[in-house]
Design a protein around this ligand. Structure first.
Ligand code: ADP
Ligand code: MG
Length: 261
């Protein structure tokens, strides 16, 4: 039985040790240790199916690990934006009303959150007419309403073009400076993310490597997964995926999927 309890004193915002998770007998994550400190921006990168969303969901407390331990600092508030949203975009609902889901919020709190992410003008707009970038900002605004200590974002810039991505990450950095929150993100946009993060964690069923963007960029484990070119990240990943035989990064979910094909 995993433990989930609040620690006291001077600890990290979130500390997790030895996390593991399987779905239907397939191991997705093994032996993951992670700690998140106040005010830092940490990005999790990794191939499709490498367990990034699963890890984020466990750390956010919405999914139980099979093994290991997660501690949240006392009274920790998390603003979590999942990768997949069930209702939203399809609904003809105004932005203002959407901010009341799941909990009703005051007009003042709603205004403040929208202003923070630069979309005050969208209040009466219907969700189904928003651009991708506007929708991401609205989702972010909703996550900010709780005044989170930790902002968790799962591929928040999916579907945005590169200038849109860069702008979004700049906004995240501004929010971090303004609110002092820690940010834990999952991303695919390796090169944009690399410069916007204090720390990068490369995941593939387990933590392959981690550290400052420079350290990770130059780590052989990372290069094996993503290559070293500026454009070729995903192409090289596919290449690696076709020849899964490295010992350090080859096991885990991506490997299991490959074998299932
Ligand atoms: P990533 O976010 O890195 O792409 P995920 O964490 O979403 O990867 O998924 C990792 C693996 O776990 C995938 O093979 C996925 O199909 C599987 N998985 C994730 N969530 C579930 C679930 N609720 N039920 C069954 N399998 C799941
Ligand atoms: Mg995911």
């Amino acid at each position: 039985m995993p433990q989930m309890y609040s620690g006291g004193g001077a600890m990290s915002l979130i500390e997790a040790r030895g996390l593991s998770k399987s779905f239907a007998g397939d191991s997705v994550l093994q032996g993951v240790n992670i700690a998140l400190e106040r005010g830092e921006i940490v990005t999790i990168v990794g191939p499709n199916g490498s367990g990034k969303s699963t890890l984020l969901r466990m750390l956010a407390g919405v999914l139980k690990p099979d093994g290991g331990e997660i501690r949240h600092a006392k009274g920790l508030k998390i603003g979590y934006v999942p990768q997949k949203l069930q209702l939203e975009a399809s609904l003809p609902m105004t932005v203002r009303r959407f901010l009341n889901v799941p909990r009703r919020v005051s007009d003042q709190a709603a205004e403040r959150a929208l202003a923070r992410v630069g979309v005050s003008g969208l209040k009466t707009r219907s969700l189904d007419v928003l651009s991708g970038g506007q929708m991401q900002r609205v989702l972010l605004a909703r996550a900010l309403i709780v005044e989170p200590d930790v902002l968790m974002l799962d591929e928040p810039t999916q579907g945005l073009d590169q200038p849109g991505q860069a702008e979004f990450y700049r906004l995240i950095e501004e929010l971090r400076a303004e609110m002092g929150c820690a940010v834990l993100m999952v991303s695919h946009e390796l090169h944009v993310v690399m410069s916007a993060s204090d720390r990068v964690i490369c995941l593939n069923g387990h933590i392959c490597c981690e550290g400052t963007p420079e350290i990770v960029r130059n780590a052989p484990e990372y290069r094996r997964l993503f290559g070293s070119g500026t454009q070729g990240a995903l192409a090289l990943y596919r290449h690696e995926h076709d020849h899964v035989h490295d010992e350090n990064c080859g096991h885990g979910a991506a490997h299991a999927q490959e074998e299932a094909h």
